[in-house]
Ligand binder design. Structure first.
Ligand SMILES: [Zn+2]
Length: 317
């Protein structure tokens, strides 16, 4: 049995707008993650909706001590105040384990014994890494023990209308293959936790970077298999340097200086192509937010995947 890939066609009553910003605490807030925070916040306000902050801390080996607190402090310093209490994924393990059991009961998961080395040797290359070669799909090879659990994908196409990127069509069999929901180290996969949280906490709209676009079809598939509603998605262009490298914590993007919050916000609005008046470069945070709410024009970002900046571009002046 495979999870269904059929697109949602039945009209559903709209949920009240509820957006979220969900950073992983692998480093402090930087100029790239600020764009997602600002955009999701402005969209929530434009729709008179609520805005949630969720810390996606389910991968301790990748986390940096103190990063979650630093991110929350930075958000506050930039006037990005969550409407509800902060959600920590590390405290929601029971919900994810329950979802894993339901997926297993539904027959869409299979245990996988393959080591990383075996996968490297057998897998063909996909656009987001190796495609699972299907070794354990019909049962574990004799004498082997389960290491991870994978979700079986089929040949059907996933279709959704992205707020910024337009129609996104994906054949999961060709982009990720049967993907991991529980890792060999026992940790739960990001896609499982994000799918459960976005699908079960009345999040109506997910605004995030284009670098996460490839995660959306797997997350939608998990939501369908669990009978959860998928939110609407919008994938923003991401900041890249002059060589086209994504500005990221992994690439050592500098932390935002919270003392320059108004200048950081002005620059974020400029990068989001809102053309804030230069006269506001030294305005207060309150004045800038007032201007941003009044002038927010997200359609300027339609169809763009990247925003190219000079890596050393000064923050403020
Ligand atoms: Zn396997």
């Amino acid at each position: 049995m495979s999870a269904s890939h059929t697109p949602d066609t039945a009209p559903r009553p709209a949920l009240p707008y509820r957006g979220r910003f969900a950073p992983s605490p692998t480093g402090p807030l930087h100029a790239g993650s600020l764009l997602s925070a600002v955009c999701s916040f402005l969209e929530a306000r434009r729709h008179d909706g609520r805005w949630q902050v969720r810390i996606d801390d389910i991968d301790p080996p990748r986390e940096v001590a103190g990063a979650a607190d630093a991110i929350l402090r930075s958000l506050d310093a930039h006037g990005l105040h969550a409407d509800d209490s902060i959600v920590f994924q590390s405290r929601r393990q029971a919900a994810y384990l329950g979802a894993l059991d339901r997926l297993r009961d539904a027959g869409v998961l299979f245990p996988c014994a393959c080591s990383r080395r075996e996968l490297r040797a057998r897998a063909t290359a996909g656009p987001n890494g190796p495609l699972y070669p299907g070794t354990c799909r019909d049962g574990l090879p004799p004498g082997r023990e389960a290491r991870a659990w994978r979700l079986r994908v089929n040949q059907a196409e996933d279709l959704f209308e992205d707020r910024f990127q337009g129609l996104v069509r994906t054949r999961l069999a060709e982009t990720v293959g049967d993907f991991v929901v529980r890792r060999a180290d026992g940790l739960l996969a990001y896609n499982l936790a994000a799918a459960v949280d976005d699908g079960s906490s009345d999040i109506s709209h997910v605004i995030r970077g284009h670098d996460l676009l490839w995660c959306t079809p797997p997350q939608r598939l998990i939501q369908r298999a669990l009978g959860l509603r998928s939110p609407e998605y919008g994938h923003l262009p991401v900041l890249v340097d002059l060589q086209g490298q994504k500005l990221s914590k992994q690439q050592g993007a500098p932390a935002l200086d919270d003392r320059s919050a108004p200048a950081n916000l002005w620059l974020a609005l400029q990068r989001l192509q809102q053309e804030p008046p230069p006269a506001l470069r030294r305005a207060s945070l309150a004045t800038l937010w007032q201007w941003a709410h009044a002038h927010w024009t997200p359609d300027r970002l339609l169809g763009q995947e990247t925003i190219r900046i000079d890596h050393d571009e000064a923050i403020g002046d």
